[in-house]
Ligand binder design. Structure first.
Ligand code: PMP
Length: 389
């Protein structure tokens, strides 16, 4: 139906310069293509729990649809869900926005606040979308290298040195994708002391992995309540409740910011899917026992993977949260994307190169997969590394 048009007759907007499909998606799609061709691939590349969405959540969605919750929802979120999120956080509904995934909360906040040239500080390794979301909103990502020697975490001195008059946000992720790093209460307070000196710098704290933490978890605002007036906390049901496809996330913050984000959202989506919001309400107000059960399963997988990778010669730290490990590439093949290609071609294992997260020389492996897949993946990785020696 479409004639192939010459590439130069289509012009992308300038703000898309350098922005492509994320490398994680590219690799996962490549692994799926190979599988469809009959190649035996173990893909450990996607950040998505393998558990099903709980049945009572699915039933709530079904009932909501039958009961007629099928019309445009309130732009800011269905009142019941907003109220439940607000109550849980000890704030008012006006401090809450419900969006189409945490992804839309993050992009909405940036879109609502950044002017061209405004800067957003983030720590590398970072979740792939952060830098491109900032660029799409006209901002400049200021990426600070946080190597394994500092636990992949931002230090107060780094933050202090990076702040300029153009800095609008510090974008922090705890527990972090792709490293599993979790900021302790005192580490947050130390960053808070820097922020005390810079009242114009606001904070986005992306806490989407909050319920997947193997050490005590401290929400950012809880550690520094005096900064609450300039903190947006981001969360959602995707990771904790195995609801990635339902696309419900939320932001909690000062009402002028939330109001601006609602204005953006009203023009872009008219609010998140009403049926998925009913499901999210059932998830956060229903039985929570499954969170603990799933956390225990993830912890066992984490221990399996950390031991297996270190035994295979890939130096790997123990993550305190989320479901990722971020080992180093082997000395024999230090370039991360070359090693990922080698793993895929030689033994059919799909991992994501560290460069996708702003820190080359590493790999990301997601352990949100069945134990048998992890065992098979580890076996193949050790075969591949042994062949390099
Ligand atoms: N933040 C981080 C750190 C993530 O890893 C992800 C998902 N990969 C998201 C946000 C997006 O979550 P959602 O599915 O709610 O859009």
């Amino acid at each position: 139906m479409f004639r192939e048009i010459a590439a130069d007759s289509f012009r992308r907007a300038d703000r898309l310069r350098g922005i492509e499909l994320s490398e994680i998606v590219q690799i996962s799609e490549q692994a799926a293509r190979l599988k469809a061709q009959g190649v035996d691939v173990v893909a450990l590349s996607t950040g998505e729990p393998d558990f099903p969405t709980p049945e009572h959540v699915i039933k709530a969605a079904h009932q909501a649809a039958l009961a007629g919750q099928t019309r445009y929802p309130a732009t800011a979120g269905v009142p019941d869900l907003r109220a439940a999120i607000a109550e849980d956080a000890g704030v008012q509904s006006q401090n809450v926005i419900v969006s189409t995934g945490a992804k839309q909360v993050l992009s909405g906040a940036l879109m609502a606040t950044l002017d061209p040239g405004d800067e957003v500080i983030t720590a590398a390794p970072f979740w792939t979308s952060y830098a491109d979301m900032v660029r799409l909103s006209g901002g400049i990502p200021v990426v600070l290298d946080c190597p394994v020697s500092q636990g992949f975490k931002l230090t107060p001195a780094q933050l202090e040195a990076a702040i300029t008059p153009r800095t609008r946000w510090l974008l922090l992720n705890t527990p972090a994708n792709p490293t599993g790093a979790v900021y302790t209460e005192s580490e947050i307070q130390a960053l808070g002391r820097v922020l005390d000196r810079h009242p114009n710098v606001w904070v986005i704290s992306d806490e989407i992995y909050q319920h997947l933490t193997y050490v005590p978890f401290t929400p950012f605002v809880q550690a520094v309540p005096h900064l609450a007036d300039r903190v947006l906390t981001v969360n959602g049901v995707s990771k904790a409740y195995s609801m990635t496809g339902w696309r419900i996330g939320w932001g909690i913050g000062p009402s002028p910011l939330i109001k601006a984000m609602i204005a953006v959202q009203g023009q872009i989506t008219s609010g998140a899917c009403s049926i998925a919001q009913a499901a999210a309400l059932a998830a956060i107000t229903g039985p929570q026992t499954l969170l603990g059960e799933r956390l225990q399963a993830m912890r066992a997988r984490r221990d399996l993977v950390v031991a297996g990778l270190n035994a295979a010669g890939l130096e790997c730290a123990v993550p305190d949260g989320a479901f990722y490990v971020f080992p180093k590439t082997p000395a024999e093949m230090p370039v991360d994307h070359e090693f990922c290609r080698y793993l895929l071609d030689e033994v059919g294992v799909a991992l994501v190169p560290g460069r996708a997260f702003g820190l080359p020389g590493h790999l990301r492996l997601s352990f949100a997969y069945a134990t048998e897949s992890l065992q098979e993946g580890l076996r193949r990785i050790s075969v591949a590394t042994a062949r390099l020696k």
